[in-house]
Design a protein around this ligand. Sequence first.
Ligand code: NI
Length: 226
Amino acid sequence: MHLVIENFLNSEELAEIASALPGADWRDGRVTAGYQSRQKKNNAQLEEGGPLARRLGEIIMARLERTPGFVSAALPLKMVPPLFNRYGEGETYGDHIDGAIRAIPGTPLRVRNDLSATVFLADPASYDGGELVLHGDGGEAKFKLPAGSMLLYEAGCLHRVEPVTRGVRYASFFWVQSMVRDNVCRQLLFDLDNSIQRLAHERIDHPEVTPLTQHYHQLLRLWADT
Ligand code: NI
């Protein structure tokens, strides 16, 4: 399962984030990679937990809470605060998986990574390469989204970032622990919620809306941990 959320950030939020990135203090991106993926990772990141990452991350977190599609698809319980990366010419991150558990620095908290998210922050015309490639049952899927759009995908999925051959690719990325651990159950809930929303949109007093909403919450009660 993957989901594209177009125009996740509005133009003011995107402008505030994008204007802070070019002059930022970029560090070696290998600091947040495990031993195996460190060999394949060549990019730069903002300091995790540093003042700029925190300030820009808060813009993204505030927007997440106001994005119904994200809430419905991810059913978030906790998340790793957003990180920010930069790929210049020749930089890449080869095929890898994201680790299952992540500690939040400076806290005793741990997050189980059920879902990975990437928010694209550079105009796709401003760089070549840099596609995010997901391996799935149907082969590879490549994503190079408009600035401000987000890709949400299962964290267990093998993926890579193609080498950037011109310009600079900026993105934010983070992980989400869902209240519903099982990807299939979470997808069923998302599909059911979408069907209910469509029905309610067609006709607000549709007689099936209430019973279907009851089924949704019964399943959520069965599958969710909080
Ligand atoms: Ni990754």
